[in-house]
Design a protein around this ligand. Sequence first.
Ligand code: UD1
Length: 352
Amino acid sequence: MKVLSVVGARPQFVKLAPIAHALAPAHEHVVVHTGQHYDELMSDVFFRDLGIAAPDVNLAVGSGAHGAQTAAMLAGLEPIFEQHRPDWVLVYGDTNSTLAAAVAAVKLHLPLAHLEAGLRSFNRRMPEEHNRVLTDHAADLCLAPTAVAMGHLADEGLADRAVLVGDVMTDVLYQVRDRVRAAPPALPWEGPTGVVATIHRAENTDDPKRLRAIVDALAELDRPVRLLAHPRLLAVAAREGIALDRGAVTATAPLPYPDLIAAVLSSSGVVTDSGGLQKEAYLLRRMCTTVRTETEWVETVDAGWNVIAGDRLDELAALVARPIAPEPTDNPYGDGRAAQAVVDTLAERIAR
Ligand code: UD1
């Protein structure tokens, strides 16, 4: 079987790692990087630390407005798909890279599989939500991480294309957690970690008033806040004159994946608008406070390990200080072997 993966942004490199390992050596795997994320710390370190071979192709599309960025990817991907004609084009998650690859694949009648299918925030202001919905409906195979995601796919009439495989980010997390526990990396700050924070979503960074209020609330927390600053956050903060390093907050560069896991393990909790980090906090049993109005990973909230802060920024200190939740009784994200289930499903469907 020949699989062509398209990735472009940081969380996709994490998802690619277990898939690349599960495909090798039995299957042929072509990896195309769109270049949506290009900084060393947003891209290269993930390939290095997670043991993924360098991409076969890098389109180096870079940053831009949604339309220009997605269009450049679409134009760049088409000839590569034509050249390789894989058995499956595999796309990951919800970024502009995902959407571009999905559109390019279906127009060339190439079988399309969507990993992390069926996630919904039901927030139509999020660019990611449109990327998810459009990709799921274009896909021939929707590889769902959770039972809840399977339910959303069924609600949209996609049940007969949907397969529950589990969450591949859980595969990586468990492996890296064990490595990090055995040999913890040094973290880039003095003293206790306190809270690990990340803020990068458009809904929090596009409006400077909202961003300023979030940083104000973080600065007033009663414990150190290690803010791992995404380039989008840094760019808006610089443009709008919003100081990040103040009060409780120390801003640092984004961390490589093993260091991020070590940071969460050494923390008392997480404050974030990232999807992946909410789930990582849950799996590492750290309390998460989500600076959004909803989440796709509802299992973390139902289990009591995640709370949606929404507009309650004035309550952030109390939310962060809440006691830890009871140990979960189930395992909604699977057993850490989702990538093998993905490869088995792809191979079985191609045989049909
Ligand atoms: C993208 C995804 C989002 C995902 C996130 C993970 C879309 C619509 N959004 O958001 O779903 O959670 O990636 O990080 O695809 N930049 C750099 N260096 C980089 C990458 C980005 O400086 O390596 C800066 C650029 O100024 C760019 C901005 O960050 O304009 C935003 O990058 P972009 O690719 O638009 O999306 P993200 O916010 O990272």
